[in-house]
Design a protein around this ligand. Structure first.
Ligand SMILES: NC(=O)c1ccc[n+]([C@@H]2O[C@H](COP(=O)([O-])OP(=O)(O)OC[C@H]3O[C@@H](n4cnc5c(N)ncnc54)[C@H](OP(=O)(O)O)[C@@H]3O)[C@@H](O)[C@H]2O)c1
Length: 343
């Protein structure tokens, strides 16, 4: 049987087009065309069986849904247009996708979360400037990651601005600035002193503000600023008044600064973690009763690990995420939005 007089059938042409798209995608992607709705489960099952038979490990199934007609009729198919418009000018096919973006400056880089973000960015080829209060804590990580280390007081506006300006002068551009400095204070308002509140605001709000201010002054050709808020300001937790106030201020800072700097492509976002096992949380996680109470507050059934923050941070810092700004994203085992089920 030859092909129909008008060439391949619409489904045959769609298959051909989807295959030609997949051949340009790396690594090892395959494509299949499933016309009709309600067959997603069948498609996933087929992919799973295929991979089991071939012994390869499937990573993900991406569904491109849309009417078949535009797929087979247009000079450039619906699926192809989706691929093209999603491809940011900053995206690279390199296995070191951040290598050419510019420098990434991390404040609090020796900390639990900051150090994991640094490792992930280094694995993507990023040029790193690691900053923190204590140079001795930064140096081992910096030498492992072939990064620069700088001792900087993160609440000092002028020091942070010089740090970012120096990174720009040395590397041509600063693509990302992370402030992973912060604190935890667990006390009700009536037991919190003025000094404790001032220190909480200094370590959280002032350092975040210093980062945004420096970015606004130095990152004049755009980039990504990443701050840390907290689940404690996304929901009411007892005995968190000072830190909730400080982290809530960071959420406000994110939204206003994102609006101010959007026209020049400088994005400002924050992650809002639940309790994460880092040196900062050691007094809570090191006490079995506090740890058990904390685990119970997280619907996911565990407290966080620093690596839980890495993929969201990496994503927000990636120049390809250039449509995401002004967001405070909870990464908290569900704590801020849902109730933990009774266990
Ligand atoms: N861990 C959690 O449960 C949790 C929960 C919600 C939000 N967060 C937020 O997530 C971010 C990262 O927290 P983390 O758990 O990774 O904290 P961490 O392990 O304590 O790391 C913080 C880092 O910042 C440095 N640092 C502290 N004060 C500084 C200052 N004034 N100037 C310069 N560097 C300073 C510290 O240096 P030194 O080691 O020299 O002190 C440390 O390396 C913070 O904003 C935190 O508030 C954490």
């Amino acid at each position: 049987m030859g092909q129909p007089r008008n060439g391949p059938s619409p489904i045959g042409r769609a298959r051909h087009r989807v295959s030609s798209i997949s051949s340009g995608l790396k690594p090892h992607s395959t494509a299949t065309t499933f016309p009709g709705s309600g067959r997603v489960a069948q498609l996933v099952e087929q992919v799973t069986v295929n991979h089991r038979v071939t012994g390869s490990s499937p990573v993900a199934v991406a569904l491109v849904c849309g009417p078949l007609t535009p797929v087979v009729r247009g000079p450039l198919s619906f699926t192809e247009r989706r691929v093209e418009t999603n491809r940011s000018p900053h995206m690279s096919n390199s296995s070191r996708p951040l290598a050419d973006a510019g420098a990434f400056v991390i404040l609090g880089a020796a900390g639990g979360i900051g150090s994991r973000i640094a490792e992930a960015l280094a694995a993507d080829g990023a040029t790193l400037v690691l900053a923190g209060r204590t140079l001795e804590k930064l140096t081992p990580l910096a030498s492992t990651l072939s990064a620069e280390a700088r001792a900087v007081e993160a609440s000092d506006f002028a020091a942070v601005e010089s740090l970012v300006a120096e990174a720009k002068a040395r590397h041509g551009r600063v693509a990302g600035l992370v402030n992973a400095v912060g604190s935890i204070l667990l006390k009700p308002a009536h037991l919190t002193s003025e000094a404790e509140l001032a220190e909480t605001l200094r370590l959280n709000v002032q350092t975040a503000f210093a980062a945004v201010r420096a970015a606004g002054r130095v990152m004049t050709d755009g980039g990504s600023v990443l701050l840390f808020s907290s689940a404690a300001s996304e929901t009411g937790l007892p005995n968190h008044e000072a830190i909730a106030a400080a982290k809530g201020a960071i959420a406000g800072l994110v939204r206003s600064a994102a609006a101010t700097y959007a026209p020049r492509k400088l994005r400002v976002n924050a992650l809002a973690p639940g309790l994460v096992e880092t040196p900062l949380a050691a007094r809570i996680t090191g006490n079995p009763a506090s740890l058990a109470a904390s685990v119970a507050m997280h619907p996911a059934g565990r407290i966080g690990r620093a690596e839980d923050l890495v993929a969201p941070a990496r994503w927000l810092l990636d120049p390809a995420s250039d449509w995401v700004t002004g967001q405070v994203i909870p990464v908290d085992g569900g704590m801020s939005r849902i109730k933990a089920p009774a266990r």
